[in-house]
Design a protein around this ligand. Structure first.
Ligand SMILES: Nc1ncnc2c1ncn2[C@@H]1O[C@H](COP(=O)(O)OP(=O)(O)OP(=O)(O)O)[C@@H](O)[C@H]1O
Length: 599
């Protein structure tokens, strides 16, 4: 892996990838179409049958009207014709249900399959990806883009086929009655196509704006509720309330702008259709007077002209839907094309060496620069981690968390810089390495579920006894017993029912339960008082079974237990050794002095 791949720029993920060709987009959809071809075929067969049956009805009406004008129609003939019309209407109703169920159902299946694929793909991405794609972008892909593709592959396809069949057949019937009259009646139709194209384009734009306004509104409500304590502390209730109100007003305004277009679309179509009807009435009437066509043909012609209005509108609508569907599919395709930089180039990972002794991790001249920054966050680091307790300390911003994230394979590193159990990490699968590591982050992540479920997050199959054992090692068991519902206590959104120290110990219990060979605690005990921290550490050390622990801390009374301590400054190792040795180190000795005076 080259250096440039470690410094992937924002453009590499977002803009610089060439636009996907239509054939690439088709390849994305074709497996879904192929799997469900029989469902689609049955749906379109029902749709086309409905179209033809609808086209037959005016023929019956023509026969009836001609019979009536010639005064040759009998009541039994009229009854038979009515029964046929009724029968056809019944079949049309049943078939309409089926085409909708089959084709629109297919478009929902397609949407679900794309959504599942997208979701699973996003889950596999690395940290660099999440720094470049915002949650808003990803939600837009999962929401708007998928909905647009679903619409294009559902109603868009229906409208296209429907418009094609209906317009071709209606035109055929109209031409059979009178070529001249057909041409005259169709004169206003191009206006209808253009109007629908323009109006439906505007409708989509305005509808997108409505969706954006709605996202803003819900995101604002979400962030306000999440940070409610901060808002109360700064007495920002009125301020937030006013901002919410103005966002709500913008949402209403954009909805009204949509309503204007919707209000215009059908009246315009009817108006243009009626102009056609006006021409038909005059010229068609003249042809009846001249006896060129019968009254029945005239009536049938009127029905066919009405039937043409929808396909003509559909042409403009389908063109917009297709255009939007392709744009959305391109965005989804671009997202699916992204590969986690961490595993880029690893086609056949080597098997992970199995070992009974604690996991060893080696950094060899490890240098790492975050994308978009000039200065390396880690510079020429050489260190060995494990077995036993390894301490890591240093000033804030010195690169401690960065090192933890690299060990967790959240970012790519150059070949040979990180070696796990004797093998270059770039030759191993990311999942294999992560399966060996339990991680406690600086900011504990807790879920709005029970305490037991929070602890068992990494091992959902763990027994209650195991959960309690991990909680006892993390010295949180007593606190949990204090809650009226014990381990079944639901801890609220982001663990509001717990103190900062309790949340940290909960996160630690979760990591301990996984019993993985390497435990990384990135300043994960900082919110715990010194005595409890001491107790937790002793518990962990007493329960160690050949494991390796990397403990990031600023506290000497914790670090003193480490077999080896590394001191980082500006991304470089500026000191290392045991507690006693480091007492002579300026940074370490000043830390000792400060903490002694605080005690
Ligand atoms: N995602 C990122 N993108 C760019 N720079 C980053 C990113 N994360 C961290 N940095 C920078 O890398 C440097 C090291 O940060 P890091 O979080 O590793 O420090 P730390 O030693 O863990 O600090 P602390 O003790 O405050 O947690 C800092 O200068 C920080 O600004």
């Amino acid at each position: 892996m080259t250096k440039s791949s470690c410094n992937t720029s924002a453009g590499e993920y977002t803009n610089s990838s060439p636009e996907a060709s239509l054939s690439a987009l088709l390849r994305l959809l074709s497996p879904i179409f192929t799997t469900h071809w029989s469902r689609l075929a049955a749906g379109f067969l029902a749709l086309i049958t409905v179209d033809f049956l609808q086209l037959i009805i005016p023929r019956f009406i023509k026969t009836a009207v001609d019979g009536l004008t010639a005064q040759s129609a009998t009541s039994s003939q009229l009854l038979t014709l009515s029964m046929f019309v009724l029968l056809i209407a019944g079949i049309v109703a049943v078939l309409r249900f089926f085409w909708r169920y089959l084709i629109i159902g297919f478009s929902r299946i397609l949407e679900k399959k794309l959504r599942d694929r997208l979701f699973n793909h996003i889950l596999r991405m690395d940290q660099q990806f999440f720094e470049r794609w915002t949650i808003g972008d990803l939600m837009a892909h999962a929401g708007n883009d998928l909905a647009t593709v679903q619409m294009a592959c559902g109603m868009g396809l229906v409208a296209a086929v429907d418009a094609l069949v209906m317009s071709a057949a209606a035109l055929g019937f109209m031409l059979a009655i009178s070529v001249k009259l057909t041409l005259i009646a169709l004169l206003p139709m191009p206006v209808l196509i253009v109007c629908t194209r323009i109006l439906s384009g505007r409708l989509h734009q305005r509808f997108n704006l409505v969706q954006e306004q709605f996202s803003l509104l819900t995101e604002f409500a979400r962030t306000t509720l999440v940070s409610i304590r901060l808002i109360k502390a700064y007495t920002l209730e009125n301020f937030q309330g006013t901002r919410f109100q103005s966002l709500g007003e913008a949402y209403i305004r954009s909805n009204l702008r949509v309503a204007i277009i919707q209000g215009l679309l059908f009246p315009v179509a009817t108006l243009v259709g009626n102009v056609g009807m006006l021409l038909l009435l005059y010229y068609g009437g003249m042809l009846v007077i001249e006896d060129t066509i019968t009254i029945g043909s005239f009536v049938a012609f009127v029905s066919y002209l009405y039937m043409l209005i929808w396909p003509m509108m559909a042409i403009g609508w389908v063109a917009n839907l297709t255009q939007r569907g392709i744009t959305s599919l391109r965005r989804i395709h671009r997202l699916l094309e992204q590969l986690p930089a961490v595993s880029r180039g690893i086609t056949q990972p080597l098997p992970l060496p199995q070992t009974t002794i604690g996991t060893t991790y080696s950094c060899r001249h490890l240098t790492f620069t975050y994308a978009g920054t000039a200065r390396p966050a880690l510079n020429e680091l050489n260190m060995e981690i494990g077995p036993g307790l390894t301490g890591l300390t240093g000033r804030t911003g010195s690169g401690k968390s960065t090192l933890c994230k690299l060990l967790l394979r959240m970012y790519p590193v150059e070949d040979g810089m990180l070696v796990f159990r004797g093998v270059d990490v770039n030759r191993l699968s990311q999942a294999d390495i992560r399966d060996c590591i339990a991680y406690v982050s600086q900011e504990p992540v807790v879920f709005a579920t029970t305490i037991a479920a929070n602890i068992a997050f990494g091992r959902p199959e763990a027994t209650m006894a195991e959960i309690k054992e991990a909680a006892a090692t993390a010295a949180i068991d007593m606190d949990i017993q204090g809650f009226s519902e014990g381990y079944a206590t639901v801890i609220g959104e982001r663990g509001v029912k717990l103190s900062g120290g309790q949340r940290q110990r909960l996160a630690l219990a979760r990591a301990l339960l996984c019993k993985r060979p390497l435990l990384i605690i990135d300043d994960g005990l900082s919110a715990i008082d010194v005595e409890t921290e001491q107790l937790v550490l002793e518990n962990i050390l007493n329960n160690m079974d050949g494991q390796s622990i990397l403990l990031v801390s600023h506290r000497v009374n914790v670090l003193r237990h480490a077999d080896h301590i590394f001191i980082l400054d500006n991304g470089r190792i500026v000191g290392q050794g045991g507690h006693q040795e480091l007492l002579a180190h300026p940074f370490y000795s000043s830390m000792v002095a400060k903490q002694r005076s605080h005690a």
